[in-house]
Ligand binder design. Sequence first.
Ligand SMILES: [Zn+2]
Length: 284
Amino acid sequence: MAHRRVHGLAAVVTGITLTLSAACGGKPAAAPWSPASAGAAPGASAVATPSLDASPSPSPSPAAPSPTPSRAPTKAPTTKPTPEKAKYTLQRTTGSAGVALTFDDGPHATWTPKVLDALKARGVKATFCLVGTQAKAYPQLVRRIVAEGHTLCNHSWNHEFKLGTWSEAAIRANMQRTNDAIHAAVPGAPIRYFRHPGGNWTAAAVKVSRSLGMSPLHWTVDPQDWRRPAASTIASRVVKNTRAGGVVLLHDAGGDRANTLAALPTIISGLRGKYRLIRLPDTL
Ligand SMILES: [Zn+2]
């Protein structure tokens, strides 16, 4: 198990309030992520408009200034330096009317092959956000993901929830190490996306991912499959909340993914009634 929710942030996205509490991420202060137990999911089951991008500020807005103390009118205001307002833009949509299924935290020896089988049987291409240690452990699965036409996404070396708080050099090294592990399995394969563990984006993480040619990929629909709700719940959350251009967050690792797997046929058939299911493009 595992996920912790590191922050809880409320963001208003195009009129919809959405609570993000650590997306691929989990509960507060729980055990660290391990390959056998990763997680994800923002608090809200999802739903943001598929349109854009304005990113939630990683920290809550400062409270309104308190009344000025009556003393010291002659002194310059002693306001603390405002923490730099991190402004950044995340990718939250596919960029077209198509809908993308994304699978985080793998590859996993048990669940990834089953997810790949389910996608293949239905002719669906998706996007896999890989953890570096997992890619290193299961290069044959990385090869299979690419051979079957899916898109690659970097999901950090070892699912470091606080990666974005590191120095830019350390963030870069982590992302590069992950890309190198993926490329050890599939030399030259494009890795055009990065997804921060827990959705704990920072301006630095966004900046470094872009500098490495990766778009900071968030999502629009999170059924919280890592919490292991019933398959029918996962499927109905996805089908109900997806709009054109949506990016759906799912997991093929980080714990028992039987319910996610069982939900896939209904997710696919439900979405296909209205949308084209696409892999995210490798060209940015
Ligand atoms: Zn994750």
